[in-house]
Design a protein around this ligand. Structure first.
Ligand code: BTN
Length: 269
């Protein structure tokens, strides 16, 4: 359990500068998954902007059916409930917009350049500091709600992570050498997420894509991905207005939406 209590609803609320995000807070010392609980709350009619935050998850969900592990009391594990103002949302594009919000907030916190790895990882110096998992529900082509869940490595020490993640992860602590108040970090991130969300509603991802690309470390680089069961390589050319990753492959130009992009290699000179 944490050495000191730095994540409580009252503490978060006192620091909030947002309009809607986090205005209602469900805080749990432990839950299976904040995304699971947020989805249940959303199904029961929970309002736009409500926040579910936990100190520990026993069944944290990552992308592609992976688990998201985080030791108790060290990091941020939270989910936001969003209710669409339009009939259909580009879920992928919105997730990308959220990665930008996370990256901007974390860059201010750690005073370093923070990048994104398509679609939704946030990285510093090539190591992952945060990830986002969006889960939605639609009825008759209409998005009824979206849950955006984010895990941020705040105070975790590298030796507290599973061995396989140690050389590809970082935290605010490992980057700055100091402990961070998680309520401060969360309030800052929520502010930037709300700004990115507003930008998304106002302009659409099409006009945010240029800014996303500036944060994208794999632009112009070779990436490896699996498509229809086969491993393929390609060079990243662009990010479309729908959030798709445009890649030049030996078989022509492709746009990726679902694929896991990995094993980034430097372009041969
Ligand atoms: C990824 O695979 O990078 C996405 C990880 C998302 C993890 C967060 S932690 C809070 C929220 N609740 C979950 O069960 N998952 C997300």
């Amino acid at each position: 359990m944490p050495d000191r209590v730095d994540l409580l609803p009252g503490e978060i609320r006192r620091r909030l500068e947002t309009r809607a995000f986090g205005r209602r807070i469900y805080y749990l010392p432990e839950v299976d998954s904040t995304n699971r609980l947020a989805v249940d709350l959303a199904r029961a009619g929970e309002a736009h902007g409500s926040l579910v935050v936990a100190d520990h998850q026993t069944g944290g969900r990552g992308r592609r059916q992976r688990r998201w592990e985080s030791p108790p009391g060290r990091n941020l594990l939270f989910s936001l409930i969003l209710r669409p103002e339009e009939s259909a949302w580009e879920v992928l594009a919105l997730t990308l917009a959220f990665s930008m919000g996370n990256a901007r907030a974390l860059s201010e916190i750690v005073s370093k350049e923070v990048g994104v790895k398509w679609p939704n990882d946030v990285e510093v110096e090539g190591k992952k500091i945060a990830g986002t998992l969006s889960e939605g529900s639609s009825r008759g082509g209409r998005t009824t709600f979206l849950v955006v869940g984010t895990g941020v490595n705040v105070n975790v020490r590298i030796d507290e992570l599973a061995v396989e993640f140690r050389d590809r992860s970082c935290s605010c602590y490992t980057l700055t050498g100091r402990e961070w108040d998680r309520s401060d970090v969360l309030a800052r991130i929520l502010l930037y997420l709300e700004r990115s969300y507003d930008e998304f509603l106002r302009e659409g991802f099409g006009s945010m894509a240029g800014r996303y690309k500036k944060m994208l470390r794999i632009l112009g680089k070779r990436v490896r991905f699996e498509r229809r069961g086969e491993v393929t390589w390609g060079t990243v050319l662009d990010v479309g207005s729908d959030g798709g990753l445009v890649v030049d492959t030996p078989d022509g130009r492709l746009t990726l939406y679902e694929e896991e992009v990995g094993a980034v290699r430097e372009e041969a000179q």
